[in-house]
Write a protein that binds this ligand. Structure first.
Ligand code: 5GP
Ligand code: ZN
Length: 115
């Protein structure tokens, strides 16, 4: 947990986000700058900087993020059409917020780099 981390603030309901799902392990909220009709970020409630800083005990929560992504895609009505999951890691990966997150993006045919 980092006091200055904007995603930790969102997990504690003190950030700028529309939360669409939360349980004891993860929080999902709409990206403030959506690149597609559905653009949701799914984060572990417990602060992990990035995939590069993952520990073996984090494997379960990261797996759970993917299960939540599948369920949210169904809720958003984008399962049949398909969608994209993205995790940027480190400066070269384009990570701008240092709290591990998976982008769930869909609702249109994906292009590169994102959305
Ligand atoms: P990254 O570039 O690290 O993979 O993705 C960070 C994402 O977080 C960006 O898509 C950005 O729009 C989103 N974001 C940054 N700050 C906030 C915020 O305060 N609230 C919400 N809902 N999204 C944010
Ligand atoms: Zn954090």
């Amino acid at each position: 947990m980092s006091n200055s981390c904007i995603f930790c603030k969102i997990v504690s309901n003190e950030g700028n986000a529309s939360i669409v799902y939360q349980d004891e392990q993860v929080t999902a909220f709409r990206d403030i700058h959506p690149v597609a009709p559905t653009h949701i970020l799914i984060v572990p409630n417990r602060h992990i900087d990035s995939v590069g800083m993952m520990q073996p005990e984090d494997e379960q929560v990261v797996g759970h993020i993917f299960s939540v992504a599948r369920k949210l895609a169904e809720q958003e009505g984008i399962s049949a059409g398909g969608y994209r999951l993205i995790t940027n890691t480190g400066p070269h990966g384009g990570q701008t917020v240092l709290h591990l997150h998976v982008h769930l993006i869909g609702g249109q045919r994906m292009k590169y780099p994102m959305g």
